[in-house]
Design a protein around this ligand. Structure first.
Ligand SMILES: [Zn+2]
Length: 60
Protein backbone atom coordinates (compact mmCIF):
# COMPACT_ATOMS: atom_id res chain seq x y z
CA UNK A 1 0.00 0.00 0.00
CA UNK A 2 2.75 2.50 0.95
CA UNK A 3 5.26 1.04 -1.49
CA UNK A 4 8.07 0.47 1.01
CA UNK A 5 10.22 -2.63 0.85
CA UNK A 6 9.13 -5.18 3.45
CA UNK A 7 11.44 -5.57 6.43
CA UNK A 8 11.80 -8.74 8.51
CA UNK A 9 8.75 -7.91 10.66
CA UNK A 10 6.59 -7.27 7.65
CA UNK A 11 7.72 -10.53 6.04
CA UNK A 12 7.07 -12.40 9.27
CA UNK A 13 3.54 -11.05 9.64
CA UNK A 14 2.85 -11.43 5.93
CA UNK A 15 -0.50 -9.62 5.94
CA UNK A 16 -1.90 -10.59 2.59
CA UNK A 17 -5.31 -10.95 1.07
CA UNK A 18 -5.77 -12.71 -2.25
CA UNK A 19 -9.21 -13.17 -3.68
CA UNK A 20 -10.81 -13.68 -7.04
CA UNK A 21 -13.99 -11.63 -7.03
CA UNK A 22 -17.23 -13.24 -8.20
CA UNK A 23 -20.90 -12.37 -8.75
CA UNK A 24 -22.48 -10.12 -6.18
CA UNK A 25 -19.66 -7.58 -6.22
CA UNK A 26 -19.21 -4.66 -8.59
CA UNK A 27 -15.63 -5.95 -8.89
CA UNK A 28 -16.84 -9.21 -10.39
CA UNK A 29 -14.12 -10.65 -12.63
CA UNK A 30 -11.30 -8.83 -10.89
CA UNK A 31 -8.58 -10.18 -8.66
CA UNK A 32 -7.58 -8.65 -5.33
CA UNK A 33 -3.94 -8.98 -4.29
CA UNK A 34 -3.24 -6.92 -1.21
CA UNK A 35 0.07 -7.20 0.64
CA UNK A 36 0.47 -4.95 3.65
CA UNK A 37 3.41 -3.95 5.81
CA UNK A 38 2.73 -3.75 9.56
CA UNK A 39 2.11 0.02 9.44
CA UNK A 40 -0.37 -0.26 6.59
CA UNK A 41 -2.12 -3.19 8.23
CA UNK A 42 -2.59 -1.05 11.35
CA UNK A 43 -4.01 1.79 9.24
CA UNK A 44 -6.42 -0.50 7.40
CA UNK A 45 -7.66 -2.34 10.48
CA UNK A 46 -8.12 0.95 12.38
CA UNK A 47 -10.41 2.13 9.57
CA UNK A 48 -12.22 -1.15 9.00
CA UNK A 49 -12.71 -2.38 12.59
CA UNK A 50 -14.95 0.55 13.71
CA UNK A 51 -17.18 -0.11 10.66
CA UNK A 52 -17.78 -3.74 11.70
CA UNK A 53 -20.84 -4.90 13.62
CA UNK A 54 -18.75 -7.84 14.82
CA UNK A 55 -15.29 -6.80 15.99
CA UNK A 56 -12.75 -8.53 13.73
CA UNK A 57 -10.12 -8.16 16.43
CA UNK A 58 -9.78 -10.40 19.46
CA UNK A 59 -7.08 -11.22 21.96
CA UNK A 60 -5.23 -14.50 21.47
ZN1 LIG B 1 3.05 -0.08 4.15
Amino acid sequence: MCGKEFDIWDEQENFCFEHKVGYGSIHDGEQVSLNLCCDCFDKVIDIVAPMCQVNPLSEV
